[in-house]
Design a protein around this ligand. Structure first.
Ligand SMILES: *[C@@H]1O[C@H](CO)[C@@H](O)[C@H](O)[C@H]1NC(C)=O
Ligand SMILES: *[C@@H]1O[C@H](CO)[C@@H](O)[C@H](O)[C@H]1NC(C)=O
Ligand SMILES: *[C@@H]1O[C@H](CO)[C@@H](O)[C@H](O)[C@H]1NC(C)=O
Ligand SMILES: *[C@@H]1O[C@H](CO)[C@@H](O)[C@H](O)[C@H]1NC(C)=O
Ligand SMILES: *[C@@H]1O[C@H](CO)[C@@H](O)[C@H](O)[C@H]1NC(C)=O
Length: 311
């Protein structure tokens, strides 16, 4: 027989141990519950699988993002302006930029070309790049099946419907790559300098211009460009490509992202589906192409996006 003191000691030991287990166990479960509650509330959508479902790596990247579009309440700070000025060596100053943006908001009424995430929305998106790997892909109907179809630069549909589809809800452009849009398509302007914003005003107000802007306009915030360059690409290269910025932008506009026409074609050439380059060694210029491609592959592997690689 154990002495009474010993029995009491054992008894108290067990009570103490139970309290510890219950207390810590509970608080652990509680945190996990709060976590799922938090992410459920902020990110759940009506698709089978939402892009923003709990993923610490992606959440951290997304949370660092500024508001993606310029608006009357989202002006560019002088800090960002100075970063932005360096990428294209624009001589115009901040005051001039400010005035230009003011004019734009007078001409183009503020509008929201995208919806915020909501538990009763499933926003499916196709982001269509211009890679030659779309040639002969027969992706057209699949692309058109998405709610939002984002195309970029000169990327035409006429004559290429079988491989790239017909629908365009958003068309990303900068002045040098502009094409005429019909009035059901949002023009998403990627401004690389103040001149690009002046161009927008001219193309609207002047009679004889190559490209007539007669649609709703959304202007990507230069703060967002800096964010993509610094946070997603760790400052590699001079600045991100239009395709890569569009992809990151789509993560904000959609719950499901499928990308088409990214990367090189099967011959390793960075050609376009609508033109044949003679120079097979055509590279990606100032953009960190390899870094961007690695990130796209990573997003695909993590099943954040679906990547159709063409043929
Ligand atoms: C979370 O969702 C509930 C129910 O949909 C809502 O009442 C509540 O306001 C939401 N909380 C936050 C912080 O969004
Ligand atoms: C900004 O540029 C405009 C002309 O483009 C000039 O009139 C103005 O003085 C400049 N402002 C500053 C602060 O340098
Ligand atoms: C530019 O516009 C913003 C927002 O209206 C304002 O806060 C800022 O002082 C302006 N800066 C200049 C130099 O005009
Ligand atoms: C778009 O343009 C067509 C003619 O090109 C016109 O019939 C239609 O009403 C326009 N739609 C809107 C929303 O402006
Ligand atoms: C611009 O679109 C409006 C309707 O959306 C139409 O009334 C107008 O004629 C169009 N202008 C040009 C130049 O296409």
């Amino acid at each position: 027989m154990l002495p009474l003191k010993m029995k009491l000691f054992i008894l108290f030991f067990f009570i103490f141990a139970t309290i510890i287990v219950v207390f810590y166990g509970n608080s652990y479960i509680l945190t996990a519950y709060q976590h799922s509650f938090f992410y459920r509330n902020t990110s759940l959508c009506a698709c089978d699988k939402c892009l923003m479902e709990y993923d610490p790596w992606l959440s951290e990247l997304m949370e660092a993002s500024p508001e993606p579009f310029l608006s009357v309440t989202n002006y560019m700070s002088e800090d960002i302006f100075n970063w932005w000025k360096r990428i294209q060596r624009d001589k115009r100053n901040y005051t001039f930029y400010n005035k230009t943006v003011d004019k734009i908001f007078h001409i183009f009424p503020p509008n929201v070309g995208f919806t915020r995430p909501s538990p009763d929305l499933c926003r499916t998106c196709a982001v269509v790049g211009n890679s030659g790997n779309l040639m002969g892909s027969f992706y057209g109907p699949l692309i058109d099946f998405h709610d939002i179809v984002i195309r970029m630069n000169r990327g035409p549909t006429k004559g290429f419907e079988r491989d790239v589809g017909t629908k365009t809800t958003h068309h990303v452009m900068y002045p040098h790559s502009s094409t005429n849009l019909d009035n059901t398509t949002y023009l998403v302007l990627f401004p690389f300098k103040t001149y690009d914003l002046e161009w927008l005003i001219q193309s609207f107000t002047q009679r004889y211009v190559l490209c007539k802007v007669n649609t709703s306009v959304m202007i990507l915030s230069p703060a967002f460009m800096k964010y993509v360059h610094h946070v997603w690409l760790k400052r590699k290269g001079k600045y991100p490509s239009t395709g890569f910025m569009t992809l990151i932008l789509s993560l904000h506009m959609c719950d499901e992202v499928t990308i088409f026409g990214f990367g090189a074609d099967s011959g390793g050439s960075w050609s376009h589906y609508f033109e044949i380059f003679r120079n097979k060694k055509f590279k990606t210029g100032a953009h960190p192409g390899a870094e961007e491609y690695k990130m796209i592959e990573k997003l695909h592997k993590k099943k954040t996006i679906v990547f159709f690689k063409g043929w």
